[in-house]
Design a protein around this ligand. Structure first.
Ligand code: FES
Length: 116
């Protein structure tokens, strides 16, 4: 597995409750605010790979706009439905959010493009 740093966006780009959804190369990310920090997930619902674009976070829970599955942002676990959100750790570098992305051959980074 190879790892690389990916710069996502400026911290100030992330809205209060909704995510900023980003397509960088072939990767899709959703960045949410959480307390003083951020939660970064793969922008792909575990159900049918829909984007979380526009899906508000309420009390740390997001609900997919397609079929209503819900997820705890902190743990990534499904509350309604099944599966776990893919999460990424990050650092802040000169006001930019940067993740250490590790390729995972078991997960397709192209799949999210189907439900957008
Ligand atoms: S694609 Fe998200 S609940 Fe169906």
């Amino acid at each position: 597995m190879s790892s690389k740093k990916i710069t996502l966006c400026k911290t100030s780009d992330v809205p209060e409750k909704k995510p900023i959804c980003l397509n960088i190369d072939v990767y899709y990310f959703a960045v949410y605010r959480s307390g003083d920090g951020f939660i970064i997930i793969k922008d792909e619902c575990p159900h049918q790979m829909a984007s979380f674009e526009g899906c508000e976070s309420k009390d740390g829970i997001i609900v997919c706009g397609f079929h209503g599955w819900s997820f705890d942002l902190k743990s990534g676990d499904a509350i309604k439905g099944f599966g776990t959100l893919k999460k990424y750790s990050y650092t802040i570098e000169n006001e930019f959010i940067v993740i250490d992305y590790t390729e995972d051959p078991s997960q397709s980074d192209y799949s999210a493009a189907f439900v957008r």
